[in-house]
Ligand binder design. Sequence first.
Ligand SMILES: *[C@@H]1O[C@H](CO)[C@@H](O)[C@H](O)[C@H]1NC(C)=O
Ligand SMILES: *[C@@H]1O[C@H](CO)[C@@H](O)[C@H](O)[C@H]1NC(C)=O
Ligand SMILES: *[C@@H]1O[C@H](CO)[C@@H](O)[C@H](O)[C@H]1NC(C)=O
Ligand SMILES: *[C@@H]1O[C@H](CO)[C@@H](O)[C@H](O)[C@H]1NC(C)=O
Length: 410
Amino acid sequence: MSLEQQKRLFPPIARLLNSHLKLRILFSHLFLFLLTFGLVLAITASFYLNSFSVIRLTTQFSHLTSPSSPPSIPSQLPPSLLSTSSSSSPPPVVHVGRIELKGYIDPDVIGHDMSDEELLLRASMVARAHKFPNKGTRKVAFMFLTKGPLVMAPLWEKFFRGNEGLYSIYVHAHPSFNETVPEDSVFFGRRIPSKEVKWGQLTMLDAERRLLANALLDLSNERFILLSESCIPLFNFTTIYSYLTNSTKTFISSYDDPGPTGLGRYSHGMSPHIKPEQWRKGSQWFEMDRPRAVEIISDRVYYPVFRRHCKSRRSCYVDEHYIPTFVSMRFSGRNSNRSLTWVDWSKSGPHPARYWRGRVTVELLERMRSGSVCEYNGEKTTTCFLFARKFLPNSLDRLLKFAPKVLRIH
Ligand SMILES: *[C@@H]1O[C@H](CO)[C@@H](O)[C@H](O)[C@H]1NC(C)=O
Ligand SMILES: *[C@@H]1O[C@H](CO)[C@@H](O)[C@H](O)[C@H]1NC(C)=O
Ligand SMILES: *[C@@H]1O[C@H](CO)[C@@H](O)[C@H](O)[C@H]1NC(C)=O
Ligand SMILES: *[C@@H]1O[C@H](CO)[C@@H](O)[C@H](O)[C@H]1NC(C)=O
């Protein structure tokens, strides 16, 4: 069966029939199907509706489903739906009962009260409705997935300063983290609504998808990079910006690891959607372009497979397998298969080496910047890593000291 066919099919009906509860789920799917069908009819009839009205209809639709029901939104809306909706008339301001919809695609408004489902749906619809390349500024989205404070903030402040308009920042911190950011900081007002994240679990992937969806709502974001609080930039903004915006490939680490921490984590329950030979491993710290980001937040085939599989395990290492596997199955031609974030796994164990104050030297930084060989746009280069981890808070003063001369960050 082709991927397209699989996507359009509903969950196997026979399995749903074996209990009363599951029967109810089936009815809710049928109900949703009829609703969607009605939605399609309504939209086809009113061809003049623009994308914003479509989103409003869909929002109302998603409100009809109870929060405890299974994933409520059917596979994907037919592309025709979106092409009829891309009219050129100016979007009317639509009230959805909370923030005006316009606010959701305003790059300066990132606080909202959408559920994850609404956010992902809205982001994928906004992104798909604007298929053509954005002609204005091209921005790079820096997405920080953190627990608490951004300890390397003073270095990042220097990095971003003077490059306003070329970047957007998004921070996903633990919901209980309540430290405030000074108003003159580049991180001020850049926190997105978040949920608790547990290492190795599905909540980690959910946070990544939340960051991507928020960043996709800003149509000028073209490249998307995931960072943590222990990451530092290895080059100045100009160098990183042109490296990313000129790249013909994405930078998502993805490789085949036949060992116990690779294929050993594969579950046969994932077949036939994911076969053992399709299983990949990779670093969580990705860099991708808009089309890849849209596919990841709209995936309704592989994400449910991982979710089902994760329920039965305390640690399913979803952050090391979901994106590497998905990208290798769907876009391997566009991916470099390497990460841009330096990390030292030379000591075995579940966590990589950490750099404290005493380990930060000019030699170390130079080695990270230009001590490797890789390919960039079809040519050999020694600029393979643009970021590095894991730096401990006490290394900050040394990093700031070396920043102007070594990293060329002033
Ligand atoms: C932040 O949270 C801590 C407990 O986690 C609490 O003691 C403190 O008062 C809170 N601070 C603010 C400014 O809300
Ligand atoms: C940025 O770094 C590059 C080398 O990495 C250097 O050639 C360039 O002059 C630097 N730009 C600034 C504004 O310092
Ligand atoms: C890369 O991008 C920058 C800015 O986006 C541009 O100035 C530069 O000419 C591009 N080409 C190369 C080969 O760096
Ligand atoms: C990346 O890996 C895939 C297999 O997953 C392969 O088909 C592709 O050629 C690789 N790309 C590069 C640039 O090595």
